[in-house]
Design a protein around this ligand. Structure first.
Ligand code: ADP
Length: 528
C-alpha cells in the first residue's frame, strides 16, 4: 500500500508576509519620520510594494542567491527592501551604519554585493563605501531623496521612483527552504566582526520559537516597537514575528532617544518594546524630566548585554512595564534563552530557559562537559535549529565534533534550568596568574542607584600582568566618592579583585549596537 503524504510546505520567510497580507491586511506598520510625524501602511499594501521591489531588483539583474546590501534604519522602506530581496531568493546583507566606511567596505568585499539600499541620511557614508567597493554599482535610496549623492563610483536612484514605474509581478518563494536569506556580521564587541549566514528555514523556525508564550509570545492585539536595529541580528527577528502573529509594528526610524521613543509609545499605544538595556536609560530619563507616563507599555524585552539591576528596578517602577530578560547572540539568530514573562522570580541576571529548538551545554575551557550541569559555572556551548554551523567565508565549522558551538560566554544554569551569563571568556582579566571576572564587579557596581553605566577592563601592569580599572558614568556628577564606590564591593568579590583605580566618564562610549564599547575603553584606558 502506498503511504499517504503531507504537502511539501517550504519554510520560507515570504510566507509570513503572505499570511499577514491575507489575514491582517489592514494591520499597520507605522514608521516615525522627521518632526514627530509618522507614516502608515497596512500589511497588504506593504506586501504589494515589496513584490515590486523584487521586480526592480530583478530588472537590475539580481539573481537567486545574490547579496543585496542595506544601510538603513528601522523603517517601512527597509522592511520592503528586506522582503523584496528575500522573497525572490536573494540574500539581504544588513550593514551597521555606526561602523566606519572601511569596515563596511571590507564586509561588502566579502559578500560581493552589487546593490546597496541606503537611507537618504546615510548617503555620504554610502558614497565612501562605494569608493572603496569595486563590486558596488547601484545605490537605491530610501527614506528621502537622492540629492545628497555625490559620487561616480556607483549610480544612485530613488527606490520609490523605480517602484512607481514597475508593474511587473515578481514571483516569490519558489526555492528550497535551506537557501540563504540573510547575512549579518557580529557586532564585534570583543573582536573582528564575523559574517553569519541565516537560511530561510533557520529564520522561519526561529520565528516560531519567538512566538511561544514563554518567549516573546506576540498576539494580534500587540503593538511592537523594535528599537533594536534591523542590522543587529535582524532586529532579533521581529520583522518576521510581527507579520506572522499579525501584530502592529511600530518602527522608530533613526531616533532612539528617550523623547522620540516616549512619544511613539504614547501615541501608538505600544505594548511590547524591545532593545539592548542601554536604550531604556534615555526613556526613563525623559519620563523623569517631563513626568510623562506610558500606560500602554506592558513589557520591555532586553538582551544583548547584562541588565544592570538598578536600571531594571528603575524601569519597572517608573514605566510600570515588566522587564523580560533574555540572552542571545548574532550566531543564534539571535535568541538563546528568555525569562518567561510571568516569571515571579525574575531578576536582572536570570536569562531564563531555552525554548524548544536550542540546547545548552556547560563545559570546561577545553570543551569537555562539566559533570554537574546544574549549579557549576563554565563555558557555554549551544546547538539547535537556528545556530551557526560555519561563519561566512570560512572553511572550518564553528562547531565541535558533536555539533556544539562555543559561545565565548561564561555561564551557570540553576536547578530550575535558568541561565545566568557570568561573563565573557575574552573579557576576563588575568592578574598574578589568576582570573578576575569583570562582569561580577560590574553587576555589583551597576546595582548602585547613582551609577548609570559601569565597565571594568584590564590595564597592563608590570607586576601582576593586568589589574582591573573601573570606569563609571554617574547619574549625577556630585555624590559618591571613589572609596564609597569600591567599598560596595566588600564582601561581594575577593579583595584582590577590587579595581586599582576609578575613572569617571562624562559619557560611557557605546559600540555600534548600543553596548558599552570595551574595545575603545581598553585602547584608551588599558595602557597597552
Ligand atoms: P558581539 O559578540 O560582538 O557583542 P552580539 O551582538 O551577537 O555580538 O552579542 C552577543 C553577546 O552579547 C553574547 O555572546 C553575550 O556575551 C552578550 N549578551 C547577550 N545577552 C546577554 C545577557 N542577557 N547577559 C549578559 N551578556 C549578554
Amino acid at each position: 500500500m502506498k503511504d499517504g503524504a503531507m504537502q511539501p510546505f517550504g519554510l520560507t520567510l515570504e510566507k509570513f508576509l503572505d499570511h499577514a497580507a491575507k489575514w491582517h491586511p489592514n494591520t499597520e506598520i507605522v514608521t516615525a519620520t522627521d518632526g514627530g510625524k509618522v507614516a502608515r501602511i497596512g500589511y497588504a499594501d506593504l506586501h504589494a510594494r515589496a513584490h515590486r521591489v523584487s521586480a526592480v531588483l530583478a530588472g537590475l539583474g539580481v539573481a537567486f542567491g545574490e547579496h543585496v546590501a542595506t544601510l538603513a534604519w528601522n523603517t517601512q522602506a527597509h522592511m520592503e527592501a528586506w522582503y523584496g530581496t528575500m522573497g525572490m531568493g536573494a540574500v539581504c546583507h544588513t550593514l551597521n551604519p555606526r561602523l566606519t566606511a572601511e569596515q563596511l567596505a571590507e564586509m561588502i568585499a566579502q559578500s560581493g554585493a552589487r546593490i546597496l539600499v541606503a537611507s537618504a541620511d546615510l548617503l555620504s557614508l554610502a558614497a565612501e563605501i562605494a569608493e572603496l567597493s569595486p563590486s558596488l554599482c547601484h545605490v537605491l535610496v530610501i527614506d528621502g531623496s537622492k540629492d545628497g549623492w555625490r559620487s561616480d563610483s556607483a549610480d544612485a536612484a530613488e527606490l520609490e521612483t523605480l517602484i512607481t514605474a514597475t508593474h511587473v509581478k515578481a514571483d516569490w518563494g519558489q526555492f528550497d527552504e535551506n537557501a540563504p536569506c540573510g547575512l549579518c556580521f557580529t557586532s564585534g564587541t570583543t573582536g573582528a566582526p564575523k559574517g553569519v549566514t541565516y537560511t530561510h528555514r533557520s529564520s522561519y523556525l526561529h520565528t516560531l520559537r519567538l512566538l511561544q508564550a514563554d518567549v516573546i509570545g506576540l498576539t494580534s492585539a500587540d503593538v511592537v516597537l523594535p528599537v533594536v536595529p534591523m542590522f543587529h541580528a535582524n532586529a532579533w527577528g521581529l520583522p518576521f514575528a510581527a507579520p506572522a502573529a499579525g501584530s502592529r509594528l511600530v518602527l522608530p526610524g533613526r531616533q532612539a532617544d528617550g523623547e522620540s521613543l516616549a512619544q511613539l509609545i504614547m501615541r501608538e499605544g505600544v505594548t511590547v518594546a524591545v532593545g539592548v538595556p542601554t536604550v531604556w536609560v534615555g526613556l526613563a530619563d525623559y519620563l523623569d524630566r517631563t513626568g510623562g507616563e506610558v500606560p500602554s507599555l506592558k513589557r520591555i524585552i532586553v538582551g544583548g548585554a547584562a541588565m544592570p539591576p538598578a536600571l531594571m528596578e528603575r524601569i519597572e517602577r517608573r514605566l510600570g512595564a515588566m522587564v523580560q530578560t533574555s540572552w542571545g547572540m548574532t550566531e543564534l539568530s539571535p535568541s538563546g534563552t528568555f525569562a518567561p514573562p510571568a516569571d515571579p522570580d525574575r531578576a536582572p541576571h536570570r536569562s531564563g530557559r531555552p525554548a524548544v529548538g536550542v540546547d545548552l551545554l556547560i563545559t570546561d575551557a577545553d570543551g569537555k562537559p562539566v559533570p554537574n550541569q546544574r549549579g557549576d559555572e563554565g563555558h557555554l556551548r549551544v546547538r539547535g535549529a537556528a545556530v551557526i554551523e560555519r561563519y561566512f567565508g570560512h572553511d572550518k565549522p564553528a562547531t565541535d565534533q558533536n555539533g556544539w558551538f562555543d559561545t565565548g560566554d561564561l555561564a551557570r544554569i540553576d536547578h530550575e534550568g535558568n541561565l545566568t551569563i557570568t561573563g565573557r571568556s575574552k573579557d576576563l582579566i588575568k592578574s598574578g596568574g589568576e582570573w578576575i571576572n569583570p562582569a561580577e564587579i560590574e553587576a555589583v557596581i551597576g546595582a548602585i542607584p547613582e551609577v548609570s553605566f559601569a565597565a571594568v577592563i584590564g590595564r597592563s601592569d608590570e607586576k601582576w600582568g593586568e589589574r582591573p580599572v573601573l570606569l563609571v558614568e554617574m547619574r549625577e556628577a556630585e555624590g559618591m566618592t571613589d572609596e564609597a564606590l569600591l567599598g560596595a564591593l566588600n564582601g561581594h568579590v575577593a579583595s584582590w579583585w577590587v579595581p586599582d583605580e576609578v575613572v569617571r566618564l562624562n559619557e560611557m562610549p557605546l559600540a555600534a549596537t548600543g553596548k558599552v564599547d570595551k574595545i575603545r575603553l581598553r585602547l584608551e584606558y588599558g595602557g597597552n
